[in-house]
Design a protein around this ligand. Structure first.
Ligand SMILES: [Zn+2]
Ligand SMILES: [Zn+2]
Length: 271
């Protein structure tokens, strides 16, 4: 069975609390040999590190999600440095920018609140990039409805830090600009959706060796599980569609995506 990795899952979400050992075992049985659990704040980052200690094939990424920055302290660099030094921490994130759900969409908030929110996202994104450059890790980047701003923020760090634009849903020219910076993209179960043709087109144009696969569990379950809770085992369904789109064998896709993830996260050097 060809091996794959789930390079982006949120194993610390309550959705998995009742059966985490089973979730990890099902992934192993489906050939998913490594799972990276992604933090969204300091607390979930610490729990991701604890899971990486508990399960040999689980790794941790530590950081603060852009959608949750209003709850974040002004400066998290000291905490990021401490977390980054823990065993099996393979990147910082998820960090980035998200203009999809701005405060002014809710009653009682104004456009001034939006500006403050965007500013704080930008500050925290920069802190992740700065610490990543300092400690020699890469960044897992979340971006929604602000591609230009996100790319511009990464650019000054691109010589020292690679990013993976996770859950990639932009077009081929956007993908090419990311690769030109030495960064990567990764694709989720959206690849399997009937209305996912634009994303299949982007994958089709993305060279083998420049992208990874992920579930973003518990979200975005691929067909035939669409709408249900997603889990890392479903990388199998995502890989089957990805191989079709790329016109390659599952073995070739396995070899290329695992090699790409090894180079990006350097699991072996992060014991
Ligand atoms: Zn995300
Ligand atoms: Zn995520």
């Amino acid at each position: 069975m060809p091996a794959f990795y789930d390079t982006h899952a949120h194993l610390t979400y309550p959705d998995f609390a009742s059966e985490l050992p089973q979730v990890v075992a099902r992934a192993e049985n489906a050939g998913i040999q490594r799972i990276i659990s992604i933090g969204t704040d300091l607390e979930s980052s610490r729990r991701a590190i604890a899971l990486a200690q508990q399960f040999p094939n689980v790794y941790a990424v530590v950081g603060w999600h852009p959608s949750d920055v209003l709850e974040a302290p002004e400066d998290i660099r000291r905490e990021l440095r401490e977390l980054a030094a823990q065993p099996k921490v393979v990147a910082l994130g998820e960090t980035g920018l998200d203009y999809y759900r701005l405060p002014s969409r809710k009653p009682g908030f104004t456009e001034a609140d939006d500006e403050q929110y965007k500013q704080k996202q930008a500050d925290l994104f920069r802190q992740h990039l700065e610490v990543a450059a300092e400690v020699g890790l890469n960044c897992v980047i979340h971006q929604r409805e602000c591609f230009e701003e996100t790319l511009a923020a990464l650019e000054p760090y691109a010589q020292r830090v690679r990013g993976v634009f996770h859950c990639f849903a932009n077009d081929t020219p956007a993908m090419q600009r990311i690769l030109a910076l030495g960064s990567l993209v990764s694709f989720t179960g959206i690849l399997t959706f009937k209305n996912g043709q634009n994303i299949r087109d982007t994958l089709s144009a993305t060279p083998l060796g420049q992208f990874m696969l992920e579930t973003d569990s518990p979200f975005l379950a691929p067909v035939p599980y669409r709408g249900k809770r997603c889990e890392p085992a479903y990388v199998k369904e995502i890989s089957e569609v990805a191989a079709q789109v790329k016109g390659c064998s599952l073995e070739e896709l396995s070899e290329a995506t695992c090699r790409t993830a090894e180079a990006f996260f350097r699991f072996e050097s992060r014991p």
